[in-house]
Unconditional design. Structure first.
Length: 135
C-alpha cells in the first residue's frame, strides 16, 4: 500500500463517521455549505481526555460524515441562531471551514450564506472539498 502522507494513511486505514479537521488539511481556500438534517446527543470518546463525553452531533443532508459539537462550535451556532433548542437547528444551513491551530486543523462554523470568511490572520482552509471528506 502506498500512502502520500500520514493523513492519507489515517484516512484510509482508520475511517471515522465524524468529520475531522485533518481531513481538510490539503484543501486550501475552500468551504462547504451544508444543511443540518438531524441533531442528536451522543456519548463520544475524547482522546485528549481519554474519556467519553456527551456531545451534540450534527448530521447533514446528503452527507455521510457527522460533526461533533464541542463548546466552541456550540458558541458559534448560538452566535448564528441564538440560544435555540438543539432540534431547532434542523433545516438550518451552515458553512464549515477549517483553520490551522498548532499542528491540528480545527473546523469552525459560520453563516450558511455564501460570504467570505472573516480573516483573522490565520490561513483559512475551507471545506468545499469537504464534499469528498463528508462522503
Amino acid at each position: 500500500m502506498n500512502y502520500a502522507n500520514l493523513n492519507d494513511y489515517i484516512k484510509q486505514e482508520f475511517p471515522s463517521e465524524y468529520l475531522r479537521g485533518a481531513e481538510l488539511a490539503s484543501i486550501l481556500e475552500s468551504q462547504r455549505t451544508v444543511t443540518i438534517s438531524k441533531v442528536e446527543a451522543r456519548s463520544v470518546f475524547n482522546p485528549q481526555k481519554n474519556e467519553k463525553q456527551n456531545r451534540l452531533v450534527l448530521h447533514f443532508q446528503g452527507r455521510d460524515k457527522k460533526l461533533i459539537i464541542g463548546k466552541e462550535r456550540a458558541e458559534e451556532l448560538k452566535q448564528l441562531f441564538g440560544p435555540v433548542a438543539p432540534q431547532d437547528l434542523v433545516g438550518k444551513t451552515i458553512t464549515l471551514y477549517a483553520v490551522p491551530k498548532g499542528q491540528n486543523m480545527v473546523i469552525h462554523i459560520k453563516n450558511g450564506q455564501q460570504v467570505q470568511p472573516e480573516y483573522d490572520g490565520e490561513e483559512v482552509i475551507d471545506a468545499d472539498a469537504v464534499a469528498e471528506a463528508l462522503g
